[in-house]
Design a protein around this ligand. Sequence first.
Ligand code: NAD
Length: 283
Amino acid sequence: MSGTTAAGWLDGDVAFITGGGSGIGKAVAERYLAEGASVVIFGRDKDKLQAVVESTGQEERILGVAGDVRDPESLHDAIAQTVARFGKLDILVPNAGIWDYNRSVTRLDGADLGAAFDELFAINVKGYLLTVEAAWRELVKTRGNIVMTLSNASFYTAGGGAVYTASKFACRGLLNQLAYELAPKVRVNGVAVGAMNTDLRGPESIGLRDRSISGSFARSEITGNNPLIPLHDSSIEPKDFTGPYVLLASKTNSGNITGNIVQADGGIGVRGFGDRAAGGDHL
Ligand SMILES: NC(=O)c1ccc[n+]([C@@H]2O[C@H](COP(=O)([O-])OP(=O)(O)OC[C@H]3O[C@@H](n4cnc5c(N)ncnc54)[C@H](O)[C@@H]3O)[C@@H](O)[C@H]2O)c1
């Protein structure tokens, strides 16, 4: 598809995606480009962002901005760069996050649990809130919308340890409250993705910053958490979760939808959560 003649569900829109240097954020950026949007990807690793920008071959419609979602100043600066480069902001995707690698309350002492909580909540929850704070004024101008990445852990146990699960439930609370506060000018929705093959890292404070999902688990362990695999035409690659992000971001196709969450997890609510749901002994 050529850069300027693209026609799609997001034709002419401008999107800002945190954590767009890898995983689902990168896949959503690529999909939004294909749907006709211009995209800014924000993340803490400058090289990763630049590699994504170059890999698209569409530098005129994608910009990488390095920064940390815990830092309001860098978020405000990135939104200002977005508007300077592309003229406006229509779609915001709060997505940057880390995981706790299933550290249950019985596996960490109080000091480590507290440190993991502070770091993980600062990125996963405060980061989403600060991202919205930096962007809402521009979204009001365009009658834009927000599509948050949520998780199966926003609804169910066994998608992480207590810290991660609490953070993703908290994001659901943010989504509801922000949909209320920003209506009727800005819609706020979410996609609760299930297990994906990504670069998802853990808290630096407990030595897990360099672990990644794709490097730590066999593919079968990740697919095992998706009840639709292998009997349906589904997959654990991030690109296969991007459809709902397009739908919810589309002014034409979701103009009446706010405060809603699409659960793209293979049906955990009706089929259960693979082997882990059987429990195991955490004590
Ligand atoms: N991978 C899964 O199985 C899965 C399942 C459910 C939900 N999620 C959620 O998906 C979202 C994206 O994760 P992913 O799986 O694509 O992992 P990922 O690591 O590939 O992507 C996350 C991105 O966020 C960036 N990031 C992390 N901390 C940051 C910070 N402080 N400031 C700026 N950027 C930061 C990372 O550099 C990375 O590029 C997360 O919110 C995660 O909780 C993932």
